[in-house]
Design a protein around this ligand. Structure first.
Ligand SMILES: [Zn+2]
Length: 87
């Protein structure tokens, strides 16, 4: 059976790291809502990247340019921070 590691992505804020409320990655509003952005498997560990995204920002994802902007930002963040997982 695979190990699963969940990684949460959000904007920096004063919220406790271990809490469930974090700043939306796009607009920094506090939200507990997340969306599963990506899965990455490495050395028998499955990494799941969840991005904190408030309902308002999520609604803008129906516009393709907004969604592309969002995915670009997420991918860049993952690439910069978790490069060893993506290579
Ligand atoms: Zn937002």
């Amino acid at each position: 059976m695979d190990n699963i590691k969940e990684i949460y992505i959000y904007s920096p804020s004063n919220m406790p790291v271990n809490g469930w409320l974090h700043a939306c990655f796009t607009c920094r509003e506090y939200t507990s809502r997340t969306l599963l952005f990506a899965n990455q498997k490495k050395d028998d560990i499955e990494y799941k990247f969840y991005v904190h995204c408030c309902p308002r920002c999520k609604r803008t994802h129906s516009k393709i340019d907004k969604y592309e902007e969002f995915t670009k930002k997420c991918n860049l963040y993952i690439y910069n921070r978790y490069f060893s997982l993506t290579s």
